[in-house]
Design a protein around this ligand. Structure first.
Ligand code: SAM
Length: 243
């Protein structure tokens, strides 16, 4: 256990993750802004910059949730390109679809309910695959990384944006205190669901650190791997290329 909260085993994990995101879907965007004090927007902007995505290309944003990244990609690839916003959770997918449709993003975007562990797309389909704050929720992360490799075209790029390990001890302590007290409290106030946000804090803590995740990408077969620490490593952006 961590801080007295129960650790869930992987059998229960899928159910728990599903419940968390069904429960928070409607207020997910608001909570994101509150909890990260808006900084998630900067992390996502950096991801866009590193995506090297161009007009006419094909992008998969898996665990795409409410579509922050997918929305930007759809603008960049234009009508000749294609974006797939995929998520395992139909509540999140619906919030994303409604939001993007309201913003007039239609025609070059598909919405697909899918599990990152076994993606329902042909081999060598996408120029870019992104997974943003999604991998830590996936039960079999190695299977997900292999699956993302499979659907990328040779030369295609995987970007993983995820919470990671702060580089400095003091940041790490402040951040732990923040995520295990302030986060559940805000969760309770805004969504009346402290439990979901406790899970969130715990999943962040259990997630592989920078070098471990890079090792997992290499093991799966990615080349030219590397990562950028953002906000002292609170978040890291990992990159890999399909050979
Ligand atoms: N990518 C969005 C963002 O950055 O704001 C949403 C991130 S949200 C924290 C995590 C998302 O991962 C949820 O929408 C959840 O449903 C999805 N998810 C969890 N497990 C998944 C899986 N095995 N396959 C696909 N999506 C999954």
């Amino acid at each position: 256990t961590h801080f007295g909260y129960k650790t869930v085993d992987s059998e229960d994990k899928e159910k728990l993750v599903a419940n968390v995101f069904h429960s928070v879907a409607g207020r997910y965007d608001l909570m994101n802004d509150l909890m990260s004090m808006g900084i998630h927007r900067l992390w996502k902007r950096f991801t866009l910059e590193l995506s090297a995505i161009r007009k006419g290309q094909k992008v998969l944003d898996i665990a795409g949730g409410t579509g922050d990244l997918a929305m930007k990609f759809a603008e960049i690839v234009g009508p000749e390109g294609k974006v797939v916003l995929a998520d395992i959770n139909d509540s999140m997918l619906k919030v994303g679809r409604d939001k993007l449709t309201d913003q007039g993003i239609i025609g070059n975007i598909d919405y697909v309910q899918a599990n990152a562990e076994c993606l329902p797309f042909a081999d060598n389909t996408f120029d870019l695959v992104t997974i943003s704050f999604g991998l830590r929720n996936v039960t079999d992360k190695d299977a997900a990384i292999r699956s993302m490799l499979r659907v990328l075209r040779p030369g295609g790029r995987l970007l993983i944006l995820e919470f990671s390990k702060p580089r400095h001890d003091v940041i790490s302590k402040v951040y732990d205190a923040y995520s295990f007290s302030a986060l559940p409290m805000m969760g309770k106030l805004v969504t009346d669901d402290a439990e979901s946000y406790r899970y969130l804090a715990e999943s962040i803590r259990m997630h592989p650190d920078q070098d471990t995740l890079e090792g997992m990408m290499k093991d799966a077969g990615f080349v030219k791997t590397g990562y950028h620490n953002l906000t002292d490593g609170v978040v890291a952006l990992h990159k890999g290329i399909k050979p």
